[in-house]
Design a protein around this ligand. Structure first.
Ligand SMILES: Cc1cc2nc3c(=O)[nH]c(=O)nc-3n(C[C@H](O)[C@H](O)[C@H](O)COP(=O)(O)O)c2cc1C
Length: 503
């Protein structure tokens, strides 16, 4: 058997079509380690409503382990491809059982690395088993090198999945999708509600308005908006308020996992008993819990907005990768703002927003009613404004130039790394996912000693938001302009008592 053209560096390689946005791509090279990655990818695709794309690569080299019966001599690439496709179809059915979302099989005559990086170009996530080649015959790449090279070359976030992260090692594992009215004998106790709502309401919200209401429906904890706590001048479409519901849901999932409660989230569930929620979190004491989320629960009380100077130490590559992964795992993107002209152009738009704000009385009045002074239940107290900046502002200053006995002055880091957190969809689902992603990556950041603040004023006017979007990636709607750096959590902002959210 001759080496395949795919293995011959001189032969022109045929183009491999990327699966594109709205997909989770997973490599699968046959029974074994890759099964875990396939299960996890199936779960993620279902949560994101993404298409699951399963990739297997093959070559024409003789000892390929993909064929159940030895291929006859010199089979053509398409004959081999048909055999491999058949094998892959069987493997996917064996591992996923009934998967209630779209699944595409991609069998590529190429090396595993080339197939995986090309198909996953622009995807929401590429998932691989954490050891060995995960998409093709092991002889076409050195063991382990596929994941390493994909981590280096893929243009989308890459997640390596080990067997230890798979809660159910055999058989179909995807939970049957719950119908909204399915009766459940278990309901959360008052203690559950106190712990969950207490953690949920530590989530961030614009101006700390805490615009949430909670109620139960059987084993579901529902989260909706409190119409009396919206910001019609600064958040006219309630995008920021909806986003903060997504953040609450991440806290509920983490705190649930920490308390041995499995959770299953339905965004925008149908109305029940005349009430409309933005999210229903189904609580299940019998379900497997996600241990990574349980660990993140430790960071919930420490996550705070830091409007103070950061240390100036650059983010490590692994921190940056983990934050991007946390965002992608919720269906959002964390996009670095390139230094130089792009960053400069963004800061000019921020300045423009500040200028427009100066003459906008309705926005001023609204902001003043939620920020400044001493506050014990909601809003942003003056002590959380951070210091006034001696140079160019990299924080949102809620009282620029106003003398203060509380704040003091400081020089902020001049080249703070900035990012846009965004989603492809700009509707309620997109906003909820952005909020879930914001809190997920913020908890990861907190656990690594990182802190964040925001320059969102530039996203609160449609024209400036469109110009911000055009600066970095036209296909991604920005929801948060994030400043990141190493720094301790500052003093906490207040929250209302948990019972006041229960309606
Ligand atoms: C949608 C949204 C927009 C926000 N915009 C800004 C902003 O532009 N500037 C800022 O300093 N903080 C911003 N924040 C942070 C909130 O002010 C902060 O979460 C809230 O005051 C609670 O404080 P904590 O984060 O310390 O718990 C925003 C938060 C959310 C959820």
């Amino acid at each position: 058997m001759q080496p395949s053209p795919a293995d011959d560096a001189d032969a022109p390689a045929p183009r491999i079509e990327p699966a594109g946005r709205g997909t989770v791509v997973v490599g699968h090279d046959g029974p074994g380690a890759a099964d875990h990655a396939l299960r996890r990818a199936g779960e993620l695709a279902r949560r994101l409503d993404d298409v699951l794309v399963v990739v297997r690569a093959y070559s024409l080299a003789g000892d390929a382990p993909w064929a159940s019966s030895p291929p006859r001599q010199d089979p053509s690439a398409s004959e081999v491809g048909a055999v491999v496709t058949d094998e892959l179809r069987r493997d996917v059915a064996r591992v996923l059982g009934h998967h209630d979302g779209a699944v595409l099989l991609r069998v590529e005559h190429a090396t595993a690395v080339r197939a995986l990086t090309a198909v996953s170009d622009g995807a929401d996530m590429l998932m691989l088993g954490s050891h060995g080649a995960q998409a093709g015959p092991r002889h076409d790449d050195h063991p382990g090198s596929v994941s390493r090279r994909c981590l280096r070359d893929a243009t989308c976030p890459v997640l390596l999945v080990g067997p230890g992260t798979d809660p159910a090692p055999r058989g179909p594992v995807l939970p049957r999708r719950r119908t909204p009215d399915e009766p459940s004998p278990w309901t959360p106790s008052r203690h559950h509600l106190e712990v969950l709502i207490g953690a949920g309401t530590l989530a961030p919200s614009m101006h700390n308005t805490q615009p949430w209401t909670f109620w139960t429906a059987g084993a579901d904890l529902c989260v909706g908006l409190d119409g009396a706590r919206l910001l019609p001048a600064e958040d006219p479409g309630s995008r920021a308020a909806v986003l903060s519901v997504g953040a609450v849901v991440t806290n509920l999932r983490c705190q649930g996992a920490a308390g041995d409660l499995g959770t299953d989230v339905t965004w925008l569930p149908p109305s029940r008993n005349g009430r409309t929620a933005l999210a229903a979190v189904h609580l299940d004491p019998g379900a497997d819990v996600d241990h990574e989320l349980a660990t993140l629960a430790l960071s919930i009380p420490l996550r705070r907005t830091r409007r103070r100077p950061m240390s100036g130490r650059p983010l490590t590559a692994s921190a940056e990768r983990d934050l991007a992964l946390a965002a992608s795992s919720e269906g959002a993107r964390l996009l670095p703002v390139p230094r130089g002209t792009t960053r400069e152009a963004l800061l000019e738009l921020v300045d423009e927003a500040a200028l427009l704000d100066r003459v906008d009385d309705p926005r001023h009045l609204e902001r003043d009613s939620w920020t400044g002074g001493v506050r014990t239940a909601d809003g942003i107290p003056e002590r959380s404004f951070g210091q006034q900046d001696r140079g160019r502002a990299v924080i949102r200053d809620f009282a620029p130039g106003v003398p203060s006995a509380v704040r003091g002055w400081a020089a902020f880091e001049p080249d703070a790394p900035l990012y846009l957190l965004g989603t492809v969809r700009d509707d309620e689902i997109g906003w909820l996912r952005a909020g879930a992603a914001l809190e997920h990556l913020w908890l990861v950041a907190t656990s690594r000693g990182l802190a964040m603040s925001f320059l969102n004023q530039v996203l609160e006017r449609d024209d400036l938001r469109r110009r911000t979007r055009a600066l970095v990636d036209d296909a991604v709607w920005p929801h948060m302009v994030v400043r990141l750096g190493y720094g301790d959590p500052p003093v906490a902002t207040p929250r209302r008592p948990w019972q006041s959210f229960l309606t």
